[in-house]
Design a protein around this ligand. Sequence first.
Ligand SMILES: Nc1ncnc2c1ncn2[C@@H]1O[C@H](COP(=O)(O)OP(=O)(O)OP(=O)(O)O)[C@@H](O)[C@H]1O
Ligand SMILES: [Mg+2]
Length: 469
Amino acid sequence: MSEIDVKLPSFGRGLSARVLILTILFVLVSGILIYVPSIARFRLDWLEEKLNTAHLAILALEATPDYMIDPELEVRLLNHVGARVIGLRSGDGKNLILRGSTPPLLVDVTVDLSDRGFVRLFEDGLDTLVQSRNRVLRVKGYSPRAADVVVDVVLDEWPLRQALLAYSWRILGFSIVISLITAALLFAALQWLIIRPMRRLTREMVNFRQAPEDQSGDFGRTSRGDEIGLAEREFAEMQEKVRQALMQRARLAALGTAVSKINHDLRGILATARLITDRLAESDNPEVRKAAPALLRSLDRAVDLCSDTLNFTREGPPKPEFETFFLAELVDEVGEGLAKLLGTEKSWVSGVAADLRIRADRGQVYRILRNLGENALQMGAQRVEVRAFEAATGIEIEVADDGPGLPPKALENLFVAFKGSARSGGTGLGLAIARELMRGQGGDLKLVRSSADGAVFALSLPPVAALPH
Ligand SMILES: Nc1ncnc2c1ncn2[C@@H]1O[C@H](COP(=O)(O)OP(=O)(O)OP(=O)(O)O)[C@@H](O)[C@H]1O
Ligand SMILES: [Mg+2]
């Protein structure tokens, strides 16, 4: 496979980088969403733990008869809790206090732990975080160990702030690690599942466009069940079809050249044969003279077949030359052209309004109507009628006959060149060419109905073909 520089977007503008950044962002956002309630919770737990240890510490007083203990022990107990003063009031009215050598001090904030509103807790948590100086807190609340005991602790806020900060850093670090891991995993998955196959598909497309006949770099049959697998299979299918079409086109071109060469020579031969037949017509032998006209007709048919085939293979439909004309006049002309086929018994009836003017290629419409008329009469119709209507979709011209309808063989290959004929001596080009000519003018030709009592064909022309009367 020739290596072609497929211009895929650079990493920064590509899909993977975007997904990478978005993933990191999303995980960080969810980290924040988790962080907000968790600092409130962390602070509450921390303070409750203080109440708990404070309660434990003050219980030491109860062990003494007069609620007095050694001042040194008192200081040690307070240090252990990390409090300056501890107070306790139990349900039975007992008051205990542990204050060591703490001088009277000013409390900055009083925290009542029985107020557990979420917003309140969150605000207080943030408030602690943003403090730049140590505050003295007085924390009150029921002891977690006994529901009827209120513990009162005076302590420094600074250690709480330090713990909160450490906790915040931990959460941030954790979020970053998680987002990096998730992003890396996602990136790898994306690379594996989408980017790589997409690059392969794109490269394949570029290669195919440049050298459609080169099959060396084609996909193997992929068994992927997802959208990419489907795209690969569809592309492989399309490649196959395009390749076939290209090959067929090349062969058809060769065939066309061969046909025109054969035609050319054949027409020369037929011209000679015609000359000889002409002379036969002047023969003294009456038998020979009688055979001459039939022979001439056959030769003419052969020449016509050559010309029609040649014209059909050589070029597509001729470019239409639009003009405006009265349709009824043209229908009458076609009738005159068919005079020989009509003879005296058969009739060509025009039901077209005399003032209906249309815009189309007059010569082509003549040829189409004549073809349809010839077909009907050749198949045994006694009467052929042409009608025309103006509709929102444009002009509709109907050619209806009372013949036997189309035989199955003709219906099977209707409008297919060289295949649609079900008549001895027919080429099978008439309807195919007629439809091509109609489509070239922006219209169409269709078989409307075919039954044992006749066939109806309809020519349609686009709305621009209709003109004001
Ligand atoms: N009005 C019709 N009634 C019955 N059969 C028809 C009618 N028009 C066409 N056919 C059938 O359709 C076939 C195809 O018609 P088409 O004009 O394409 O080819 P053809 O008449 O056989 O040959 P060509 O017109 O090229 O000389 C005819 O052979 C005929 O059997
Ligand atoms: Mg015909």
